[in-house]
Design a protein around this ligand. Structure first.
Ligand code: ZN
Length: 325
């Protein structure tokens, strides 16, 4: 995705580009987005536990884990964000960044790692991500030093970060990341707190592997159950009712219940079932999106439901129902 990926915020990213293109705004400048009453700084460090931090940069979030033997960073985001984050990490610890882990291969999450490479960090990614970077290179993306096929665990200073490959999802190498001992799961672009029934930002979801999304989320939920994980950290902001102000806007929270993953599987399955049901009833594929919107299918369940976006999403899923992809 060019600017921001998955799950969030309706038309906001495009509007953001239009509104703020060419503007320089510093850390303290509030960001106000259409439909949102909540001003936000451009970036901030968020304390999750005493050793796990979130770094939010515009709508993006990554995490870093501080240990006595060094720091583990997940997703550098972009050169500007990575540079700011490096300075912020230095305010917390004088230990070096030892590892940079990629959640998946999309440039909007994994660019900008050079600042960490320069201090000797090892870069870790799924082997399919590494192949993507060879096939489709970006000079801002540092190539991984360490790749893995199914699972990988980094242990550092008594803490750990585990990666689990559950097959294709949002791209072909996305992994949920389990932080220990916090026992929290960092999910990027596939499930976002506080719940799973939030409209996509980009309902065309061209890069999503629709055919495997429910399986990916189901396998992730099995991990959640097996490990007793209660909390998911999301990589993006979500539109909703801000509990602090009672107003609709960007919800500033970064964590939510792990049920978000099962809910997201239900979201996908429900949209797929709606499309298949309409096709099975004999509706022409070309008419399916409009008819499902006219019938207001799932309108009462999806937070941020917008007919125009649902028409696109139903069209995307109709294509999947016909082609299997
Ligand atoms: Zn992505």
């Amino acid at each position: 995705m060019l600017f921001i990926s998955r799950i969030i915020l309706g038309v906001i990213p495009l509007a953001y580009c239009v509104l703020f293109a060419g503007q320089a705004f510093g850390e303290e400048a509030p960001l106000l987005f259409p439909g949102s009453r909540n001003p936000m700084k451009k970036w901030e460090v968020e304390t999750i536990t005493d050793d796990v931090y979130g770094f939010r940069f515009t709508f993006y979030r990554n995490i870093f884990i501080v240990t006595d033997d060094g720091v583990i960073v997940v997703d550098p985001l972009n050169p500007e964000a990575a540079t700011i984050m490096r300075e912020e990490i230095r305010k917390i610890t004088d230990k070096p960044v030892k590892y940079v882990v990629y959640s998946h291969s999309h440039w909007d999450h994994v660019s900008g790692g050079q600042v960490f490479k320069d201090e000797g960090a090892q870069f870790v990614a799924h082997e399919a991500c590494a192949a993507n970077f060879v096939e489709n290179p970006n000079s801002d993306v540092v190539m991984p030093d360490i790749t893995y096929k199914d699972e990988y665990k980094i242990s550092l200073g008594g803490k750990s970060l585990e990666m689990f490959y559950f097959g294709p999802s949002h791209d072909n190498c996305m992994v949920p990341l389990l932080i220990q001992p916090a026992n929290m799961l960092f999910m990027v672009d596939t499930a976002n707190p506080p719940h799973g029934w939030v409209m996509f930002y980009n309902p065309a979801v061209s890069e999503d592997r629709v055919w495997h999304m429910v399986k990916f989320l189901t396998r992730t939920d099995e991990l959640i159950q097996a490990r007793g994980i209660e909390t998911v950290i999301g990589a993006h902001m979500t539109m909703g009712i801000d509990p602090n102000t009672g107003k609709r806007g960007i919800v500033p929270g970064l964590m939510g219940p792990s049920s978000v993953v099962a809910e997201r599987a239900e979201f996908w399955q429900s949209v797929i079932d709606a499309v298949r049901g309409e096709l099975a009833a004999g509706t022409l594929a070309v008419d399916v999106p409009e008819i499902l919107v006219e019938k207001k299918v799932l309108a009462d369940k999806i937070d941020g439901y917008q007919p125009d976006q649902m028409r696109i999403l139903f069209r995307r899923i109709t294509s999947y129902a016909l082609t299997g992809e």
